[in-house]
Structures are given as structure tokens and as C-alpha cells.
Write a new protein. Sequence first.
Length: 464
Amino acid sequence: MGSVIGAGVLLACSACQHVEPAPIDAAANAERLVSRSLTDPAVSAALALHGAGGDDSWSLDELTLAAWTLRTDLAVARAEVAAARAATVVAAQRPNPRVSTTTEKVVDGGAAEPWVLGAALAFDLELGNKREIREQRATAEAAGLEWAFGEELWRARAEVRAALLDVALGERLTEIDREETQLTADFLAWVEARFARGAATTSERLAALQAANESASRRALDETALATALATLAAAIGVPAQEVARVHPESPPLSELPEIDRASVDRARDLAIVNRLDVRRALADYEVAEQDLRAAVSEQYPDLTLAPGYLVDQGDHKITLALDLPVPLFHGAKASIQRAIAGRAVAAAKFDEVQAAALAAIDVGFVRYESSRGALLAAERAELAASDAEATLARRFAAGAADRGELLAGRIAVIGLKRAALEARRVSIEAATALENGIQSPLFPASSLETSAAIGELLVGRSP
């Protein structure tokens, strides 16, 4: 008997898995995060996989790939998927059998063989397809987390895109500011010279001084906004701010907003309402609720425990068979089933909500984009007309028919219209962003990255 017990203990120990502890050093971990870089080998591998990289000019797609590699929120989502996949393996396991023993001693003095020794091996039999339901629920839950990971990928791209566009618009705006600051300073100097000769009034001088001060203030504010946009871009990628300053983010072509017609949007909407990442996740969540209902229904079929055994009863050798079966004395499965039905109804309502929100976002985004395009075209026409007027004024100045003040005032007016056109373009870009987020597919600028495909690519080899 001792050798049998020893063999059992040895077998149990051989099946044990040793896992090394993994404590976190907060200081060392912070140093690792601070040292994240666009030259990280993982980033280089991601770029090489897509045939990108090779210079210091980083496009939106390249910055997106870097963000997908370096961002900690994506690492969390990826780890959650890995944990869910591990849970599917556990859910598919059958219950292990259990060994139970009996040791008794008859205390009557007349017993020739006072000992009662027995052992039984208990098997749990899950009826009603409980194991299959458990496995399918875990699979659906893992699928939902995979789509949630895709949503995080799209959100990361959207944040990088928004920050990169803010940088591009900020750079263009600061160029306008520099030109305007110089022109208003020149105009102020011209007015000061006339004021010194008595040819300009005090109000004209104060108006010129106010315009110069306002221009300098706008320039300072816009330069601050540009610095903030660069820092935001670094945060969206997942690197320190100085890392973005080291490279050259490639500005998207701000003048190349796409023409989008109603028919194209309708086709994109038809695809989006079934393929958007949040729609797919909501569908996976509904499948989880469906499996919860199946599990509740299966509880109507109680699990059985069979325990065949062997017993030595005071010298008599016996074979035993124990049966363990729950008795639904106080409640059955009806309440659990009703709760699961209600849970499924909640999941269905949430799916409706997600699809309806997708439809509304696409429709509103398209109307907004169409309207903003009209405003942009009007602003660009005004800018072009002012540029033509400036050219005419320059010719008059060269011919002596206009003074320097008129020429500078005309150029300042053109600068103001350039600023208005850039603001109209910003509004159009924001409208394109809303429409792009509605259909969850790149519109501007063009992209070769497909978020749905990236889910599998970034999770390959990471499942347990």
C-alpha cells in the first residue's frame, strides 16, 4: 500500500508546472517606458513587414505601425485577448476524477478483523452538453476581445492621424503668422514714418499698433498650439516628445481632400453596419449571452457523479458503486433561465444601439462633410480673388499709382483670407474625420493599412 501511495504522489508531482515569479520594479519599468523609441527593433520589424521605413520621413501609416507596436493600451488589449484564449483551453477541459478513501475500525472486542478499508474513484458526468457550451462561450468571449482589440487599433490610428493633421495645420498656420507678423510690422513702421511727418493721425497709428500686437499674439499662441500638437503626436505614438522632434513626420496633403458622393457613402455604410469593429464586438457579446442562456437551460439536466470502488470490510472483499445526484428540492433552473433570457435581450438591445449609432454617425458625417466642402470652396475662391487683387495692386505700386501703405494693407488682407481658408480646410478635415470614424475605413489621407487584417497580424504567435 505504501508503494502505491508513493507512486501516486510521485505522479502528481511530475505533473506540476513551476512558474518563476515576475515582480515589477517600478523604477526600472518607468525607465523602459521612457526609453521607447521609433528605432525599437519591434518597430523596425513591423515597418519591414509592410515594406515601409528607411529614412527619417515618417508617413501616417508608418507612425501608425509604430503606435500599434509601442502603445501600452494596445499591450493591455493584446494581453486580455491572450488571457481569453487561455480561458478557452480551460473551458474545454473535462473534470478530473477524484479519489476518496475510507478507513474505519470496529471497536467491538469480538471482531476478528476490525478494519474497514476502502477506496473509490469518482467521475463527474456533465450532462446537457455543458462542456461544449462552456467552451463555445469562452470562444465567443475571446472573439469579442479580439474585436475590442481591433477597436483599440482603430482608435490608436485615429489619434495618430488627428495629431499629425494638427501638426500639419499648425505648421501651415505658423507660416501664415510669420508672414502676417512681418507685414503688420512693416505697415506699423510705414504708419509711424507718416505719423512723424504729420501725415497720419493718432487713431491710424494706434490701429496699426493694435494690428501688429494682435498678430504677434496670434503667432505666439499658434506656436504654442503647434508644440502641443507635436507632444500629442508623440503621446499618440507612445514615445517621448523628443523622439518626434528627432524625425520628420510627413505632413498629409492638406489640399487633396477627396470628392465623396452619396452612392459611395451608401456602399460604405452597407459594409460598415455589418463589418464595423464595434458591430462585430457587439455580435460576439450577443453570442456570449446566447451561450449563457444555453448554459442555464442545460442546468435542467443535473450532473452525475459515479464512484466505483473497492472495500475490505472486516475481511470481506466488496465492490462498491456510489451515485451522487442533486435533488431540485428548493428550486429548479427556471429562474436562471429567465435571467439568461433577460440578459440575451439586453445584448440584443445593445447590438441595435451599436448599429443605429453607426448609421447615424455615417449619415451625420456625410452631411457635415458636404456642407464643409461648400464653405471651403467659397473661402478658396475669396482667397484667389484677393490674390488677384493683390497682384493688381502690386502692378499699380510699381507704376507709382499706389503707395506702400496700400500695398501692405492689401497683402495683410490676403493673409487674413489665407487664414480663413485654412480654418475652412480644418473644418472640412474634421468632417472627413467624423465620416472616416463612422465607416471605420481610411478616407483622408489614403492608407494601405487594414485594421481588421491587423488584428490577426498583431496577435499571431501571442495566443497560448
